[in-house]
Design a protein around this ligand. Structure first.
Ligand code: ADP
Ligand code: MG
Length: 355
C-alpha cells in the first residue's frame, strides 16, 4: 500500500541515521516523528515530531504507531516484543530486526541462505571459549551476541592462553567465537528491496576500519573486490528475500581468497552508504523512504564516477573550519554535542574530482 507524500513516517531511534532519513523524507513531502529515550536526539532537530520514550515501553510504542502512517527503525538493538503490535505498519518487519540483533541467530540465518561466514561457535562459558579456540584456532574473536556496535563487545584471542582475559573483557556474556578472517579488503553490499521483490543495489563501497570503527568508504571499489561483488550481491539478495525485508539492507563482507565472506548484516541504512547522498543519483536515505512508502525505486548510479566518505570521529569534528573551507567537499555535522572518543560526530564526502 502506497504511503503518499504528506503522511507521517515514524522512526524508532534518533541518531544520525534517523536525522538523515528525516531530511530525505522531508524532501519528498513527508513529516517524520522520532521516538528515542534521550532528551535531545540529533534526529529530533530536523523532524516534525519527537516522543521521548524507552524502546521497551509498549504503551508508548502503541501510541506512536497510532500517531503515524508507517514506522521504520534506524538501529537494531531494540526489544522486538513491543514493535510486534505495529504489524504491517513496521517496515522492515520484526523478522529483520530479530535476526540482525543476535549474532548467533544472524550467522545461522546467513548459512541457511547459503552465505559464507567465518567458522564460528556459540559460547556461554569460559569452558566453551576454550573449546571454541581449540576448534577454530587463533586468531579468533569473541563478540557478544547482542548490543555490539563500532567494535564494542569484542575481544581478540591471539593465543589459547588469552581465552580467559577475552571472556572477562566482554563481561562473560553469551557470545559467538569466530575465526579471524584473513581478508584483503572489506566491502559492503547495500540493497533496497520493495515488498513485491523489486530491488536496487548501489555500487559496493570498499570500507576501511580502524579499532573496529569505519573510517572511510570509497567507490568504485578496487578491481579485486569488484570480482567478488556479483557473488556477494546474490548472497545479499537471498538474505533480503528470506527476511521478507522492505527498505534498505546492508551486508558487510570480507574479500577473502575463498571469495566473499559475510561479516554481519544491518537491517537499515548504513554508514558505508553515506556517500550516496552526494555520490549517487538516489541516496540510501531517499531510497529507504521510497521503499517503505512504496514509491517507485530511484536510480542508484554514480553521479560523478567516484566518491570517498570519511567519518569524523570524536575530536575529528573540531577540524570543521578547515573542512568547511575545502572546495567541493560535502561536510555533514550531526549536531550531537559532546565529541566523546569513538563517537561518530559527522562525515565528509568528496565526489569525483571536487575542484
Ligand atoms: P560491529 O558490529 O562493531 O561493526 P563487526 O563484527 O563488523 O562489529 O566488527 C568490526 C570490525 O572488526 C570489522 O569490520 C573488521 O574490521 C573486524 N573484524 C570483525 N570480525 C572479524 C573477523 N572474524 N576476522 C577479521 N576481522 C574481523
Ligand atoms: Mg560491522
Amino acid at each position: 500500500m502506497t504511503i503518499p507524500p504528506g503522511s507521517v513516517i515514524g522512526i524508532v531511534g534518533g541518531g544520525q541515521l534517523g536525522r538523515m532519513l528525516s531530511v530525505a523524507a522531508a524532501q519528498l513531502g513527508y513529516r517524520c516523528h522520532i521516538l528515542d529515550p534521550h532528551e535531545h536526539p540529533c534526529a529530533a532537530d530536523v523532524a516534525a515530531y519527537f516522543t521521548r520514550a524507552d524502546y521497551g515501553d509498549t504503551a508508548a510504542i502503541e501510541a506512536f504507531g497510532r500517531a503515524v502512517d508507517v514506522v521504520t527503525y534506524e538501529f537494531e538493538n531494540l526489544p522486538v516484543g513491543p514493535l510486534r503490535a505495529l504489524g504491517d505498519k513496521l517496515r522492515p518487519g520484526t523478522r529483520s530486526l530479530a535476526v540482525a540483533q543476535d549474532r548467533a541467530v544472524e550467522k545461522q540465518f546467513i548459512e541457511d541462505c547459503s552465505g559464507r561466514v567465518a567458522p564460528w561457535r556459540t559460547v556461554d562459558s569460559l569452558e566453551d571459549v576454550r573449546g571454541a579456540v581449540q576448534a577454530l584456532g587463533c586468531p579468533a574473536v569473541l563478540k557478544t551476541r547482542r548490543y555490539g556496535y563500532d567494535g564494542k563487545g569484542q575481544a581478540w584471542i591471539r593465543a589459547p592462553e588469552e581465552a580467559s582475559e577475552a571472556w572477562a573483557t566482554i563481561g562473560g556474556q553469551p557470545a559467538v567465537a569466530e575465526a579471524g578472517v584473513d581478508f584483503s579488503a572489506e566491502f559492503s553490499v547495500i540493497v533496497a528491496r520493495w515488498q513485491d521483490g523489486r530491488h536496487a543495489f548501489w555500487d559496493s563501497p570498499e570500507n576501511e576500519h580502524r579499532e573496529g570503527i569505519l573510517r572511510r568508504s570509497s567507490v568504485p571499489c578496487s578491481d579485486m573486490v569488484a570480482l567478488q561483488v556479483p557473488e556477494a550481491r546474490e548472497a545479499a539478495l537471498r538474505i533480503a528475500e528470506a527476511l521478507g525485508h522492505v527498505g534498505v539492507l546492508t551486508v558487510e563482507f570480507f574479500a577473502s581468497a575463498d571469495g566473499p565472506v559475510v561479516n554481519e548484516i544491518a537491517p537499515r541504512v548504513h554508514n558505508s552508504g553515506h556517500w550516496t547522498i552526494e555520490g549517487a543519483v538516489t541516496s540510501q536515505f531517499e531510497q529507504h523512504i521510497r521503499a517503505i512508502c512504496d514509491l517507485p525505486p530511484g536510480v542508484t548510479g554514480l553521479m560523478r564516477g567516484s566518491a570517498v566518505m570519511e567519518n569524523l570521529i570524536g575530536a575529528d569534528v573540531e577540524r570543521w573550519p578547515e573542512l568547511a573551507a575545502e572546495r567541493g567537499a560535502h561536510l555533514h555535522i550531526y549536531g550531537k554535542g559532546e565529541a566523546r572518543p569513538g563517537r561518530k560526530m559527522g562525515h565528509l564526502t568528496r565526489v569525483g574530482r571536487s575542484i
